[in-house]
Design a protein around this ligand. Structure first.
Ligand SMILES: Cc1cc2nc3c(=O)[nH]c(=O)nc-3n(C[C@H](O)[C@H](O)[C@H](O)COP(=O)(O)O)c2cc1C
Length: 189
């Protein structure tokens, strides 16, 4: 069965980003595609140290739990990272994760090639489009395919647990999830 990994880059317990990813996952599963939401919340994700080990071993040399996530993405057909906006850009650990995931893929078995997905951002007020652009850089350089939606993949929410109040944003994310699943099914036909 096809599967999509959704990666939550928020450290908060009642995270808006998590709420958004749950809606995205529901839309994907409604198309008969399996999902798993993974959180970076209790991890201490480090940045790539450019050691080059991954080109020889196919795994990251840093021992902070990202390798287990990489192995799950390697087995999946879709990948959707989501980040809260911090000072107009993505929270740092999700970018560290993306850079290491991309490095392991590019230097080795290129597991991201033809994988379907795209970024999602959540912010109280500003910085969404720049953050989406920042995160989008990860996809084409790794041979990935980003489907569209009715708007950009952004949801407006400030206080914890309020993300569902942005109904237009949530509808955009649901349609994005549907399109991710539909495209995966087309590719696997
Ligand atoms: C350090 C920090 C910086 C933030 N910077 C921004 C920002 O630049 N723009 C914005 O709209 N919201 C900003 N926020 C608010 C969060 O993006 C917002 O509360 C979001 O809902 C958090 O998602 P989460 O609940 O999934 O963590 C910031 C929050 C923190 C803690």
């Amino acid at each position: 069965m096809a599967k999509v990994i959704l990666l939550n880059g928020s450290p908060r317990k009642n995270s808006n980003t998590l709420l958004v990813l749950k809606e995205c996952a529901k839309a994907i599963e409604a198309e008969g595609v399996e999902t798993e939401i993974i959180s970076l919340k209790d991890k201490n994700i480090q940045s790539c140290i450019a050691c080059g080990t991954c080109t020889e071993t196919g795994n990251c040399s840093l021992d902070d739990g990202l390798d287990e996530i990489i192995d799950k993405i390697r087995e999946a057909d879709g990948f959707i990272p989501a980040a809260p906006v911090y000072f107009g850009t993505a929270r740092g650990d999700i970018m560290s994760a993306l850079q290491r995931i991309g490095k392991v893929s590019r230097g080795g078995d290129k597991f991201l090639d033809w994988m379907v997905g795209g970024p999602i951002t959540v912010a109280r007020r500003g910085g969404q489009t720049l953050t989406l652009q920042e995160m989008t850089m990860f996809f084409p350089i790794n041979g990935m395919i980003i489907p569209g939606s009715s708007y950009w993949n952004m949801v407006t929410a400030g206080p914890e647990g309020t993300a569902l109040e942005d109904t237009e944003g949530i509808d955009t994310i649901r349609l994005f999830g549907t399109n991710v699943a539909k495209l995966i099914k087309k590719i696997k036909e």
